[in-house]
Design a protein around this ligand. Structure first.
Ligand code: NAP
Length: 566
């Protein structure tokens, strides 16, 4: 029997536990050991630096939705094994991993290696369900005095904070770790490109042992968010954003509520937003909320992509199962080129913001920005005409935009969508842009229905139109005082639309409202384009009101947060 009253120093030299050492050769004989879970666990690291704060953090962590704690002993200043270890272990209300990470593996422990390894064995002997031993120290650890009780599972871990080895190198390393005595293999490596996440996830296919396979950094975040879908042993999540113990770690709350981590399964359909930057995007929030509302088994993740072609290639294997993507800046034109077939309107616009996987694995491209923006403008024109008691559309036309003058400010992706959309509804399109050559290129693509007007002429109030649609980023948070049209000129338009939606009430819209114009905000375009994507992703009708309310609440919360930080 193990004598738990022995101190660590005694244990180092004399203690022998009368049970077999864990080896993977007998990993199947688990009758006396803890049953491994059938889904990926949510682990959180306890990293407070004083003993009291460490104990407090453990208490808090046990009520936040984590399944398992990682006790990072190396964070506690003046940690004393004999004095502190038993108290810490007995304080835990959840299963836990004892980790005592040395400096040479990006931890904080800088003392004697023998003492460190003895502490881990002592923890195992005292009843720790899991201990984490660095792969580089595995031989010394297993050869040192004392055996590991079968009740304790050994996680052999390897970290690389610089880069991710290739998929085949990762496989080799995992197998060596298994052979070295890992009950559970843990490899964490920095993703310098999102394709590294594909290499990391490939480790979870037919692993020799239960595996924790995590990419560090924002580019590898999907390995953390989707660990349950892909069968990882666990993922790490932070108690709060400030408490993240590795780059790219989500919070427990995000993982459990936004990404429905515990409900993921192999059957869960995957979607994501491809962009750069992408961390600010509200698309994961509104799509995941909408999926959950209709009970659709899907999860939608942010994808920080540098090279769209390399990303699609790395994730083409059906095992990753991405069913569709939203595409945002700067990849909308590349998405058009890489789609195997493209909806005719998207082809005309020259930009794809939605990719849907076809049964042969290729992607079809769509543009939902265009109809969302034009639809929102038409709706307001119809409402306004109704309020005036006038017919909304000219006789015989299908759109209230038919025959109207439509000024587009900007000639980027959103500008192209607005210009082609307005032209397709029979409007006379005026285009203005800071860089005139871009406006001319867009007008040339539209043909005779489009004319370029000077940016300065618009600023000076020399241009009038029924509709003025801003597709520049002027006025977007944090530069909310900027506007593409001076206050003195905004009354030249019957209706003003702004594609910017952070804030919802931009300077331009406030001025337009004061000048008596009809106004349409960018939130309606955002919700509209997301709603059409939702139909393409799921084949179901989107919960429009919920999507709108969710987005509005998130924007309000962010602006309060922004004000408080000022
Ligand atoms: P983009 O392709 O990069 O185009 C940006 C446009 O803004 C260009 O016309 C650019 O003019 C102009 N611009 C930028 N800074 C300017 C400045 N200081 N003064 C004058 N013009 C300036 O971007 P995009 O995809 O079209 O997006 C544009 C805006 O629309 C962004 O604010 C985006 O958030 C918004 N948007 C909203 C939705 C929605 O759902 N509500 C959807 C898509 C886009 P140059 O050509 O001279 O650089």
């Amino acid at each position: 029997m193990a004598d738990n009253s022995l101190g660590v120093s005694h244990f180092l030299t004399k203690a022998r536990v009368e049970c077999r050492a864990i080896s993977l050769n007998d990993a199947t004989s688990t009758s006396t050991t803890m049953k491994l879970p059938d889904r990926s666990l949510v682990a959180t690291s306890i990293t407070a630096t004083s003993f009291e704060a460490f104990m407090d953090e453990m208490t808090v962590a046990s009520t936040t939705g984590a399944d398992i704690l990682e006790l990072r002993l190396d964070f506690i200043q003046d940690f004393d094994t004999e004095r502190d270890l038993k108290r810490i272990m007995s304080h835990s209300r959840l299963p836990y991993i004892v980790t005592y990470r040395p400096k040479w593996e990006w931890g904080n422990y800088n003392g004697e290696e023998a003492t460190r390894l003895a502490t881990l064995k002592y923890a195992a002997m005292l009843g720790a369900p899991f201990i984490d031993v660095e792969f580089k120290a595995a031989d010394t650890f297993f050869a040192s005095a004392g055996e590991v009780p079968v009740t304790c599972k050994v996680i052999l871990s390897a970290h690389d904070f610089n880069l991710t080895p290739s998929a085949s190198e990762l496989k080799d390393q995992a197998y060596k770790m298994y052979q070295a005595g890992a009950d559970i293999v843990k490899i964490a490596a920095m993703a310098t490109d999102i394709t590294d996440a594909a290499s990391m996830l490939s480790l979870l296919q037919d692993p020799a042992a239960p595996t924790i396979s995590l990419s560090m950094g924002e580019k590898g975040q999907i390995t953390r968010l989707l660990s349950n879908k892909f069968g990882g042993f666990l993922t790490f999540a932070a108690l709060s954003p400030e408490k993240a113990s590795a780059p790219g770690q989500p919070t427990i709350q995000q993982l459990n509520t936004l990404f429905k981590f515990k409900h993921q399964s192999q059957a869960t359909k995957l979607f994501g937003i491809i962009g750069n930057p992408v961390s600010h995007s509200r698309s994961p929030l509104i799509h995941n909320t909408a999926f959950q509302d209709i009970g659709f088994d899907g999860v939608y993740v942010p994808l920080l992509v540098d090279d769209l072609s390399a990303f699609l290639d790395a994730f083409k294997d059906p095992q990753y199962g991405f069913s569709g993507f939203s595409v945002t800046i700067p990849h909308k034109e590349a998405a058009l080129k890489l789609a195997s077939s493209v909806d005719p309107l998207a082809a005309q616009i020259g930009a794809v913001n939605t990719l849907i996987r076809q049964s042969d694995g290729t992607f079809k491209g769509y543009n939902t920005d265009c109809s969302a923006a034009i639809g929102a403008i038409e709706k307001q024109m119809i409402r306004a005409a109704y309020a005036r008691g006038e017919p909304a559309s000219a006789e015989g036309s299908v759109s209230p935009l038919w025959g109207k003058t439509f000024l587009v400010l900007g000639a980027g992706g959103a500008g192209r969508a607005l210009a082609f959309g307005a032209a397709s509804r029979g409007a006379r399109v005026l285009i203005t842009n800071r860089s005139r050559d871009r406006a001319e290129a867009l007008a040339a693509g539209l043909g005779p229905s489009a004319t370029v007007v000077d940016w300065e002429a618009v600023q000076q109030g020399e241009v009038r139109a029924d509709v003025c649609a801003n597709s520049t980023s002027l006025g977007m948070s944090p530069r909310i005082e900027e506007t593409p049209i001076p206050r003195s000129a905004v009354g030249n338009f019957g209706l003003v639309f702004d594609s910017v939606y952070t804030p919802v009430w931009t300077r331009l819209l406030l001025d337009a409202r004061d000048a008596g114009c009809e106004v349409v905000d960018g939130l309606q375009m955002f919700v509209g384009q997301a709603a059409q994507q939702f139909r393409l992703f799921t084949g179901h009708e989107p919960p429009l009101e919920l999507m709108q309310e969710t987005l509005m609440a998130a924007i309000s919360a962010a602006s309060v947060d922004h004000e408080e930080k000022k």
